[in-house]
Design a protein around this ligand. Structure first.
Ligand SMILES: Cc1ncc(COP(=O)(O)O)c(C=O)c1O
Length: 302
């Protein structure tokens, strides 16, 4: 059972970056050492609703790429709750290389079984899900990134009395569950900015279906494509860490913060706006990113 954590205690830190607006970051990354940020909330009802049904032999199956924060989080839940887990991983070439990948190694150490599939097979996840649900009728099959209606309900817990005090709420967008939850449960006067790190034209509709509101705006924050790490972003992340002592990672939160700062400098936000960015965690990904950067003889993330 995942416990409801005391969300009122999560720090909101000010980032003094520009005189015209007030920028803050809510440290959801501090919520849990292994199931950090939005992952905790997206899994909260998925897992608790499943366990309430008292499956005889609980089993959790999910999907993800080689560096997936979601795979890491589900494996940690499985380990903590004593539930066996299976991760369907994109890329059959990883079958013999998973020990070199810190995320997959972490998942394995948490007892997760890994099944590697080709990119083509992975693209047809709906078929895979159907097949898995037939093969394991008692299992909980969580979609990629954990995004579904239960996830959206869970994200409500990222909002509280303190978050009502902001004009803009910003988050990184991957599969869309987090922004859908923020958009669904925020105040009527608040605007939601989604920094889209994936080039996926279907996201807007998917999010609209989950939130049923139109208070959000998606802004391209791919910076070269999903998972691509630019030198400029590494510099931004390292500067941010030095100035504010807040770590960011290069796939989601680093890109979101860089984009929000760009928007502030372009004058996107009206003067005196109060802007809140959600730090959605994912810091486990830094180690894997640094291994890749090292191979390319590039600067590392500190
Ligand atoms: C660290 C981090 N931030 C943001 C997101 C984006 O969340 P969502 O997939 O709900 O859009 C993810 C993906 O789950 C993530 O791992």
């Amino acid at each position: 059972m995942l416990l409801q954590l005391p969300t009122e205690n999560i720090p909101i830190q000010e980032i003094s970056i520009h005189k015209n607006v007030k920028l803050f970051i809510k440290r959801e990354d501090l919520i849990h050492p292994q199931i950090s940020g939005n992952k905790y909330w997206k899994l909260f009802y998925n897992i608790n609703h499943y366990l309430e049904k008292n499956p005889e032999k609980p089993y959790i199956i999910t999907f993800g790429g080689a560096f997936s924060n979601h795979i890491a989080a589900v494996s940690a839940v499985g380990n903590l709750a004593g539930i066996p887990t299976l991760g369907i991983i994109r890329g059959e070439e990883l079958e013999h290389k998973w020990r070199d990948n810190p995320t997959l190694l972490f998942a394995k150490r948490n007892g997760m079984n890994l099944k590697f599939v080709t990119r083509e097979e992975y693209r047809h996840k709906e078929k895979l899900t159907e097949f898995l649900q037939q093969e394991f009728p008692d299992a909980l099959v969580v979609p990629e990134g954990g995004t579904n209606e239960d996830a959206v309900e869970g994200v409500k817990m990222m909002l509280n009395e303190q978050t009502k005090d902001f004009d803009y709420l910003c988050t990184a967008v991957g599969t869309g569950g987090t922004i859908a939850g923020i958009s669904k449960f925020c105040e009527e006067n608040q605007k939601v900015i989604g920094c889209k790190v994936v080039d996926d034209a279907s996201l807007e509709n998917k999010i609209s279906e989950l939130t049923l509101k139109q208070n959000f705006n998606l802004i391209d924050s791919c910076f070269g494509g999903y998972g691509k790490i630019s030198d400029e972003n590494i510099r931004f992340i390292n500067d941010f860490k030095e100035k504010y002592d807040i770590p960011l990672e290069p796939i989601y939160t680093g890109k979101m913060m860089q984009k929000v700062v760009e928007l502030i400098e372009e004058g996107y936000f009206p003067e005196n706006s109060r802007i809140l960015c959600f730090h959605t965690g994912g810091l486990q990904g830094i180690e894997g990113a640094n291994l890749l950067l090292e191979k390319q003889n590039r600067n590392l993330i500190i």
